[in-house]
Every structure is written in C-alpha cells, then in structure tokens.
Design a binder for this molecule. Structure first.
Ligand SMILES: [Zn+2]
Length: 415
C-alpha cells in the first residue's frame, strides 16, 4: 500500500543559511552576539539584503512611512486582503541572532517554499519587517507596529529621538528607508508572527511549538526624581536631597515587589538616568524606566499600587520628590481565537507537540492585533536566554514551528 505523501515542508538548511547570513551583519562583542540597532548602518545593510532576497523570491517590495518593509507575493485574486507574516530585524545592544530575525526570515522561507512547490494562493501573502521593535535606540519599543495598529500617531513616532538627539524621521531618510506608503489603513486578512519564546518553558519541557493565546499584562512607568545639587563633602547627611539615592531606594523597592509576586509576577528597572552624575556633587535629577508584569490585570494593578506606595516612602526617606511622568501598557490583547485554533490544529496535524501559553515579552503582534486577526507561534530557545549575546537555538528547535507557520498561512491564504 503506498504511504501518504509527506506534507509540504520548508527547506531547513536554506533557512539556516539565511539566518547565518543575517548573523554577520552588526557583530556583537562575541561571535554569537549581534548589535544591530534600528536605523544604524548595520540595520541598513540588513534591510538591503532582505529586500534583495525578497525581490529574488519574486516579491514586490514597498516601504511605508515608518520604514517597515513589506514583500508581497501576489495571490490569484488580488482583490482579496493579504495574509501577513512578520517580526523584526533590529536587535538589542547586546542581542542575539534569533530574536525577531527568525520570524522575518521564516516568513521569507515560507514564500520560497511555496515558490519551489509551484503553489499559488488565492490571497496575496506579505512578509513584513517592522521598524524599531526593540526600542533599544528609540523608545518606546514596537514603534512602527504601534503606528500601524493606530496606537501612536505617525508624526509622534517619526519625532522620537535617540541619545544623540537624532530623530527616527531623520535616520530613516539617512539610510534610505523613509518610504512613501501609508502606515496601515488597509485591510489585512490575518497576521502571523513566529518568535523564539525568550523564556524557558518550551526548552524545559522539550516541546517544539508554543501556541500563544495572548500576553502578560505589562504596565510601564517612567518615574522622575527631583532633589538638589550640593557639595559631597560638607553637606550634612540630614540635609541631603540626593536624587540618585532616592532613585536607588526605589529600584530596590521595585525589585522586592517583583519577588513578592513571583514566580508569575515580574518587576524590572531597566534604566536609570541621573544628572549631573559626576564626582563631588549630589544629583538633583534622576529618571527611572520601570515595568511590572503578571498574567492577571487585577494583580498588575496591585503591583502598581505597591509601586506608588514605595514611591511615597522612598521620597520621604530620601528627601526628594517623585512623580510618574510617562506610562504605557500592552499585553491585554487576546489573539484571535479562530487563528489560534488554526495554529493549534496545524501543529496537531503535523504531529508537532504544542503548548498553549502567554507571551511575557512585548511583540509587534500585540499592536497589529488591534487592526487584524492575529496569532503567534513560539519556538524554543536554549534555557530561555534572550536579550543576550548567548541567545541560541538549533534548526531542529525551530523547524517544526516554521512548518506550522507554513501550513497555517497556506490554509488562511486559500480562504
Ligand atoms: Zn523580538
């Protein structure tokens, strides 16, 4: 009896070669690291190569006003809205080779596989690389997808500045990616994003596919601390109003809040800025970038209330003033149940073990989900290490997820 034909599968070695070619652009401090901050020369080099690959695969490439790159493989009915696959090609300052990159290049591999097999789909399929997902150079993260999803205005996003005062708009023009296509505002049938998990669950359990149903609630704040400059020598301890000390107290307090809600709860101070930050003088200004995360919104509210109490306490003890000057939130989005189910069913059909899970990191998919049905697929990364130059995964880790992406996209694109 003839056996059933093997299901269509991506070309793993080609995918791996493509990822390794990306790994040579924007070298980090060690061989496995990448430093490819958004809109730098390294980012431009990666973008040029990605555009070249996409044109080689027969795609039409457009760039929108936020510099996001869309590579379109036509459908047999061009009047239908496209299926979108995407993620990001920028990295953290000490980033790895897979975070975001795997999702974009897996999308490209899906198109190449369909080309090889001579398969035409009813709907067009587009692969997108979003600008400035990491937010490592221009805050906040997920900047271009926020505009696409209607969360932030275009002009506001183009005016974000880096540490040297250069704007997103200027840097897009400088590297030749200030596109003319409008940002969003067109129908999208479905958005799929494949990403390494960035946590240890899949790796620990030896499960290749994470079916992401939504995200942890994340609330971010920027806290400003006001003190007073004074001489480091003669100023009596009781009279000091050192903003650096108040800020340090709050950093420790927030960390303790994280422990109080662990293991599910997480609390982070990611950044401290201080002025004048020099020897011999107390600081009169500090700014802290902080966030709290938990799967339940009500608990995140309690963590934030704890943080506000800690602010009052640290301000009193440090003789400084503290206020929240900026807030953001994401992760309350729940992905489209039909698409999530499609991912789950596809994994089962391909006999790839899968696990339903929530994302604990921010992703472009959150913002896109506000304007299009969205689903995410996670693949394992070694020990869950990410935002680290040792971030690692193997071809065997990611191929099952990429094949799930291929078949889920194929089914949706023939709808
Ligand atoms: Zn990422």
């Amino acid at each position: 009896m003839p056996s059933a034909p093997a299901p269509l599968a991506v070309n793993g070695s080609r995918l791996w070669e493509t990822i390794m070619a990306s790994s040579r652009i924007g070298p980090g401090r060690i061989e496995t690291g990448l430093r490819r901050l958004a809109l730098t020369d390294a980012d431009r080099e990666m973008r040029d190569l990605f555009v070249h690959w996409c044109r080689d695969a027969g795609c039409a490439v457009t760039v929108d006003r936020m510099g996001s790159i869309f590579a379109r493989r036509p459908g047999t009915d061009e009047s239908l809205s496209p299926v979108l696959i995407g993620s990001h090609l920028d990295t953290q300052i000490a980033g790895g080779r897979f975070d975001g990159i795997l999702g974009v290049l897996a999308g490209l591999e899906v198109l190449r596989t369909l080309n090889d097999a001579g398969i035409r789909t009813r709907r067009p399929i587009e692969v997108v690389s979003w600008t400035n997902e990491e937010g490592a150079r221009f805050a906040p993260p997920m900047l271009a997808s926020a505009v696409f999803g209607g969360v932030r205005p275009l002009e506001w996003a183009l005016a974000r500045v880096d540490a040297d005062g250069r704007t997103v708009g200027e840097e897009l023009a400088r590297i030749g990616y200030a596109g003319s296509a409008p940002v969003g505002g067109r129908p999208v049938d479905a958005y799929f994003e494949l990403h390494i998990e960035q946590g240890p669950l899949l790796d620990d359990k030896g499960i290749p596919v994470g079916v992401v149903t939504g995200g942890f609630e994340v609330r971010g704040v920027v806290v400003e601390v006001r003190g007073e400059t004074a001489h480091a020598g003669p100023t009596p301890m009781a009279r000091r109003r050192n903003a650096l000390v108040g800020a340090a107290m709050l950093v420790v307090a927030l960390n303790e809040i994280g422990f109080a809600y662990s293991p599910e709860g997480k609390a982070t101070t990611a950044r401290i800025e201080v002025w004048p930050n020099l020897p011999g003088i107390l600081s009169d200004w500090a700014r802290l970038t902080m966030d709290v995360r938990h799967p339940e919104a009500a608990t995140v509210d309690r963590m934030l209330a704890d943080l506000r109490r800690a602010m009052a306490d640290c301000a009193t003890r440090g003789q400084v003033e503290m206020s929240i000057v900026e807030t953001w939130q994401f992760g309350s989005e729940r992905f489209d149940s039909e698409l999530v189910d499609l991912v789950r069913r596809t994994a089962a059909r391909l006999e790839a073990p899968s696990l339903d899970m929530l994302s604990q990191a921010g992703h472009d998919a959150y913002y896109v989900s506000r304007v299009a049905p969205t689903a995410m697929i996670f693949t394992p990364c070694e020990h869950g290490i990410s935002h680290n130059e040792r971030e690692s995964c193997t071809l065997e880790d990611c191929v099952p997820g990429v094949n799930v992406l291929l078949h889920a996209v194929l089914e949706r694109a023939n709808r």
